[in-house]
Write a protein that binds this ligand. Sequence first.
Ligand code: DGY
Length: 322
Amino acid sequence: MRPKVLVTREVFQETLDYLVRFFEIESNQSDAPLTPAQLANRLADKEGALTTLSERVDAALLAQCPQLKAVCNIAVGFNNIDLKACQAHGVMATNTPGVLDDSTADFTLALILATARRVTESEAWLRAGQWSGWKLKQFLGTDVHHATLGILGMGRIGQAVARRARGFDMTVLYHNTRRLSAEVEKSCHAAYVSMDELLARADILTLHMPYSPATHHIIGAKELARMKSTAILINAARGGVVDDQALIEALQQGRIGGAGLDVFENEPKLDPRFPGFKNVALTPHIASSSEATRRNMAMLAAENLVAALTTGKPPNLLNPPV
Ligand code: DGY
């Protein structure tokens, strides 16, 4: 008998073709997000799960899934998974690091350019049929080239953003819980500064840290007040690292130049005030969503699941071996 696994959301056919070689699969290809009760019900007889950030894996769920041995997230972020609860229930948890760094960094540059050069705002205006002719002062934006880019969170994705910034002749400053080696700093052409200095000097501040209690609202009212009134804030990391209410107040009061946001608190519910700001570019959590990268993420998660249930040693294990 092959182990039973649940695929919680729609995945690519090749992901299913691979998994079916090892497992008996139940797959939610209809893609409707499962409620906690539906998830518990479907996982009750499963040994493994291929999950996404829309499923919460916590002690309450795990208590109802006695056979579960592995939860493999199709995401590098894993704030939807309670690792302590997994450990307590003997469940391996994995993520998909590495495969989405470049696509997410590319998209970060897209958000920077869209916000600074008013791409989404002017496109919406054009589509609405409002263009009557070229004007010298039409949609004056902010230059990205030679601007000072502040990167908060300098892991793989932050470093990939820094390398791209070089092509725009930007000055790159960063702050991170740990300072990088001199060699890595040199390869990224990035200078380490304090959080205070980062906030004060950045023309564009971009965030690249995981969400955790330690990073909850790492950008709040106090931090926004330290930023230049012309500065642009970019968040393609996670909702919750920015205090959305504080950001909205800063935008309302003109205390910040603009924002490029791919992630939000309470996703997928968008605070209705965000679309009202012309100086905010909005996208629906798609920073890693190139076709190739999403395929790679799904396949890496599937490989983690196969390794977890066949060898007990998945390559991207997040919790200590159980
Ligand atoms: C991740 O990998 O954490 C992304 O946010 C998923 O899109």
